[in-house]
Ligand binder design. Structure first.
Ligand code: 5AD
Ligand code: SF4
Length: 443
């Protein structure tokens, strides 16, 4: 990088929390090179797209954005455009980028973020398009820091990759096989965060319940939680995502007994039909899932449960979809992420017959929301007049006099307060119930 002239960077992130956290690492690497964040692409000397491949719409957005960047590159030929993330792990996508979007300068993947400074150096030396991908890696790179978005809550990776091969999902093909970080590295990272005043951590992995399986010794996710729970100064532990097939009694017991583990569980069900669950390769039945929910609620009565649901998976008949609706009514979720099934080339489901027509998918999607939303509202009614602990996150986007934060159960709370409270734990009495948020007053 040339001396004297300040250079600016901008990162656009698509997809999951894993990607968000990867962007925090990229940001740290760039700032270490002297780059400074800017909010606009127009002011940037370096633009990174951290891409997602989980559904088609995330993919299409990237192509759209890249097309629009051509003009910017023409105005500023020194601008460096980099692409990374799950899309870049696929060779056929890299080929499209290299042939149709020649203004892209650097392509790297999910396994070699740490190499970015080297790649930038190589690009600056040669001016050639740099493509650097590691298909899969057993190695975990530890000495990479993150420029975290918040100063009081942080993501911490505990494992990478996924071995489950749900038939609709591209992740095992982009993030590779499952590998767990050493517990001591995780604990040290969290201790460092708490020493800086961080109060809440979210442990990240595609399937946190199978944490430890790739270590050379016996170690479980429950054990990791017990160790993290001992860390002084830490107030809240969250984690995602849990696979129902791996959620053990030991883990439920740990969640119930450890004071810092929040009363919230994200437990993706995907479908309520056994036929579809089997075709998805989820390895549990509707009945087993419901028993699990029962067990968790008995152990932790106040727990909030959220989920992921896909509608329109290949072969989903009306009666299969009805079973999803029935399951949703039986479980009574606190919140849910709902998705239209999206064909992902390279997955098993992409080649299944009986793909569901778009119109039917959309109708079912709407019906699912119509079933879910009243349940969310009714669940929220339980909070009326209750006093809840809130970690204050930020000033409300809609009203500068209001703050937002979350309860231990993950509910989003709006209340009047001074921005100095950001990052603190406060008590709020809930006086207004909505479907997606709760409102209240400081007590
Ligand atoms: N189509 C629709 N939704 C998908 N998900 C993963 N792959 C697909 C797909 N091909 C959803 C699942 C998963 C969440 C992260 O994304 O519900 O739990
Ligand atoms: Fe995808 Fe299934 Fe792995 Fe989740 S558990 S990342 S849905 S393959």
């Amino acid at each position: 990088m040339k001396k004297n002239k300040q250079k600016y960077y901008h990162i656009i992130t698509y997809g999951c929390q894993m990607n968000e956290h990867d962007s925090e690492k990229i940001s740290w690497l760039l700032e270490d090179l002297g780059y400074v964040w800017t909010d606009t692409k127009e002011n940037s000397d370096f633009i990174v797209y951290n891409t997602c491949l989980v559904r088609e719409n995330a993919e299409l957005k990237v192509y759209g954005q890249l097309g629009a960047l051509k003009g910017l590159k023409r105005q500023n030929p020194d601008l460096i455009i980099a692409l990374c993330g799950c899309m870049m792990q696929r060779e056929e996508i890299r080929e499209i980028i290299l042939s149709k979007y020649k203004h892209v300068d650097i392509i790297f993947g999910t396994n070699n973020i740490h190499k970015l400074p080297q790649l930038i150096h190589r690009y600056e030396q040669t001016g050639d398009t740099i493509v650097d991908i590691i298909e899969d890696s057993r190695e975990i790179v530890e000495d990479i820091n993150a420029n975290r978005m918040y100063s009081y809550k942080a993501f911490v990776n505990i494992m990478y990759g996924c071995n489950n091969f749900c038939t609709y999902c591209i992740v095992p093909y982009t993030r590779g096989r499952e590998k767990s970080r050493e517990p001591k590295n995780i604990i040290n990272e969290i201790k460092e965060l708490t020493s800086k005043g961080y109060k809440e951590i979210t442990l990240l992995g595609q399937n946190v319940n199978s944490y430890g399986k790739t270590l050379n010794y016996n170690y479980s996710f429950a054990k990791l939680l017990r160790e993290i729970n001992k860390i002084e100064g830490l107030e809240r532990i969250r984690f995602m995502t849990s696979h129902p097939k791996d959620l053990s009694d030991e883990l439920i017991e740990a969640m119930a007994s450890l004071d810092k583990v929040c009363e919230h569980l994200h437990l993706p069900v995907q479908s309520g039909s056994n036929k579809i669950l089997k075709a998805m390769n989820r390895k549990y039945t509707r009945e087993e899932y419901l028993l699990l929910i029962d067990k968790i609620r008995k152990a932790i009565p106040e727990i909030a449960i959220s989920t992921d649901i896909i509608v329109g998976f290949p072969g989903e008949r009306e009666e299969d979809f009805e079973e999803t609706l029935d399951l949703v009514k039986e479980v009574r979720y606190d919140s849910a992420f709902t998705f239209l099934y999206s064909i992902r080339e390279g997955t098993i489901a992409a080649n299944m017959e009986n793909q569901v027509p778009d119109e039917i998918k959309h109708n079912r999607f709407q019906k699912l929301l119509d079933t879910l939303y009243p349940i969310f509202y009714e669940k929220n009614l339980n909070y009326e007049n209750k006093i809840v602990e809130v970690l204050v996150e930020e000033v409300s986007k809609n009203d500068p006099n209001m703050l937002t934060g979350r309860t231990r159960t993950g509910k989003l709370i709006h209340f009047k307060g001074n921005r100095e409270l950001i990052g603190q734990l406060v008590d709020v009495r809930i006086d207004k119930i909505k479907t997606f948020t709760l409102e209240g007053c400081l007590v």
